[in-house]
Design a protein around this ligand. Structure first.
Ligand code: SF4
Length: 305
């Protein structure tokens, strides 16, 4: 059945001149039918460079929106319209405007895990891979608002020595990983290196060996001499880690580190999405141009490698 589905998807993809992108947190079978896998920004950049007319974004809404911001002339499809991100939904544009009103001289930096409207209200966008460098590049005499993830924000504050005005947002999946999970995993695999995502809580990060974004985890695992790794982020990434490192072993820090929104995307939904050309993700032009400015400023500081 899965083979039939895959064949149908491939056929429709060619007919529609579509490209399928899958985030590192997607299920293994969805990652395997994708043309590209990676983190959200990496995927959006790939999308804007291809000649495809249609982008099927296997991820959550803010990711499809980011692709639509960067590629307004292309049709961007999200296979499940309910695949949202609770972290991105924790701040609205109105709430950010109020925060900016309280701190009129502050520079507003938003994590890419935010809505298009929040990006439009921000001066800079950042990812978990470049947040430290973006904040480091900002003038020392200016206050900085950082939204919406408080855990990534605290990590950036610690690394840069800057005091940030934080928003109390968090990723439900990453905060589900506890110190106890890490301790138990270390007991079970004493020689393993613990890699934690910056969205994890501070106590978890404090007892981990490496704090890395998903892209950095993939790179680190490849280059490291270590053979075993405990992975403290959404468990979908283990599929890519294993595929890229056949001689190494990867263990999830917690069985609870599964994002239900990411897992809404299935092969069937990818097929239906291409058959019915749904669900189209668009961003109103005035919002898109302002949001793009925040993304462009990020790229101007840290061009794509
Ligand atoms: S893993 Fe967390 S940040 Fe990523 S989509 Fe799920 S809820 Fe949002």
């Amino acid at each position: 059945m899965s083979n039939q589905l895959t064949e149908k998807i491939k056929q429709l993809k060619t007919e529609q001149n579509a490209v399928i992108l899958a985030h590192n947190y997607q299920s293994g079978e969805v990652q395997d039918i994708a043309d590209f896998t990676g983190d959200s920004l990496e995927l959006s950049r790939i999308a804007s460079r291809t000649n495809a007319d249609v982008i099927v974004f296997c991820g959550v809404k803010f990711m499809a929106e980011t692709a639509a911001i960067l590629s307004p002339q292309k049709t961007v499809l999200l296979p499940d319209k309910h695949a949202g991100c609770p972290l991105a939904d924790m701040i609205t544009a109105e709430q950010l405007r109020e925060l900016k009103h309280k701190h009129p001289d502050a520079i507003a930096v938003c994590y890419v895990n935010s809505s298009a409207e929040v990006k439009a209200e921000s001066d800079y966008c950042c990812t978990s891979a470049n947040a430290v460098e973006i904040v480091e590049s900002l003038p020392q005499d200016r206050e900085i608002i950082f939204v919406p993830d408080q855990h990534l924000g605290r990590f950036v504050a610690e690394k840069t020595g800057r005091e940030l005005i934080l928003w109390p947002g968090y990723c439900v999946t990453h905060v589900a990983i506890t110190e106890d999970d890490i301790s138990k995993a270390r007991t079970a695999h004493p020689d393993a290196v613990v890699m934690a995502h910056p969205e994890c809580s501070e106590p978890v990060k404090a007892i981990s060996d490496q704090i890395l974004s998903t892209g950095q985890m993939l790179k680190f695992a490849k280059q490291s001499q270590a053979k075993r790794f405990i992975v403290a982020t959404e468990s979908g990434i283990i599929h890519s880690l294993k595929k890229q490192n056949p001689g190494k072993e990867f263990f999830p820090a917690s069985e609870r580190a599964v994002c239900p929104n990411m897992k809404r995307i299935t092969l069937e939904k990818v097929l239906w999405s291409l058959e019915d050309m749904h669900y189209k993700i668009t961003v109103p032009e005035p919002v898109r141009t302002r949001a793009k400015t925040a993304l462009d400023r990020m790229v101007a500081i840290l061009p794509a490698k």
